[in-house]
Design a protein around this ligand. Structure first.
Ligand code: R5P
Length: 292
């Protein structure tokens, strides 16, 4: 087995290869003056099982192209099997026509990936499990919630309330609450598809002087979490912690979250930034080890 990390998941790939004690093939990667991507594998992978790890975090389109180039190159160079690990699968949120005539973006991305002829694709905490049905190849979703749960368990918070900022995040909040042996609840959210404005409906929460953990799959602009944090603060919550798998944190999201009362944001290395304190490497390793 050979691990080939793309430029968006370099450290994660190195970690996985080290933990598995298998060969790592770094890539040479550059951007031409006109903006086109170039990649080269630094070793042969003929007749080997190739595992390509590349997140499609921002800049999504550049990282997606790099992913396509790596997968197709592995195919062309005679890899025995190809596993694509895409910790953050961009375009997943556009999984249907919310308005007439819209492109169903994830459907297109799925078609492009599977047309290369790879064997399987793995992603983390995909926005909706239904999305996997767009793939005709083996497509799996792994969850980082067990690792985020352990992180929060280690903080030793006393009887925290876990909050899902919308219905979609309920299963994540439930998973974390189970690990912490605590209660969870969810809020109702509405997003205006045109303006992007997020409205969260107020709800009485049993949080007086309690610590709160808000859990979501993605933090993008931060509006969803900021609304939930403000509601919890208004209800008398003590400290607000936020956990997510994909800390996109676009624009002024960090400030928005801080201003809403969030004490700490914890993300995973599905997307790399200063919040990525939890590594999903152990979950990837657990799966790949079975194939060795
Ligand atoms: C969508 O429902 C997702 O689960 C997240 O809640 C959403 O992507 C967060 O977006 P934002 O941070 O822009 O509110």
């Amino acid at each position: 087995m050979i691990i080939i990390p793309g430029s968006a998941s370099k450290d994660l790939g190195i970690k996985v290869a080290k933990m598995l004690n298998v060969e790592l093939v770094p890539i040479e990667h550059k951007i031409f003056p006109d903006g086109e991507s170039y990649i080269r594998f630094t070793n042969d992978l003929k007749n080997n099982d190739a595992v390509i790890i590349q997140s499609c975090s921002p800049p999504q389109d550049k990282n997606l192209i790099e992913l396509f180039l790596m997968l197709d190159n592995a195919k062309d160079l005679g890899a025995k099997s190809i596993t694509a690990i895409v910790p953050y699968l961009a375009y997943s949120r556009q999984d249907k026509r919310f308005m007439p005539f819209e492109a169903i973006s994830i459907k297109t991305i799925a078609k492009l990936i599977e047309s290369i002829g790879i064997d399987e694709i793995i992603t983390f905490d995909i926005h909706s499990l239904e999305i996997l049905k767009n793939f005709k190849i083996k497509a799996m979703n792994f969850s980082a919630m067990s690792l985020l749960g352990k992180y929060f368990l280690n903080l030793g918070l006393k009887d925290p309330l876990v909050i899902a900022p919308d219905k979609g995040a309920q299963r994540h909040a439930e998973a974390i609450a189970k690990i912490l042996n605590s209660e969870y609840t969810f809020l109702e959210k509405h997003r205006n598809r045109v303006s992007g404005e997020v409205i969260t409906f107020h709800k009485n929460l049993n949080v007086k002087n309690k610590d709160v953990i808000i859990i979501d799959d993605i933090i993008s602009t931060g509006s969803t979490i900021a609304n939930a944090s403000k509601i919890a603060k208004n209800e008398g919550a003590k400290d607000i912690y936020v956990g997510c798998t994909h800390p996109l944190l676009i624009g002024d999201a960090r400030k928005k979250l801080k201003d809403s009362g969030v004490k700490k944001i914890v993300g995973t290395d599905c997307i790399i930034n200063e919040t990525s304190e939890v590594s999903v490497a152990p979950i990837i390793v657990e799966y790949l080890r079975k194939k060795l």
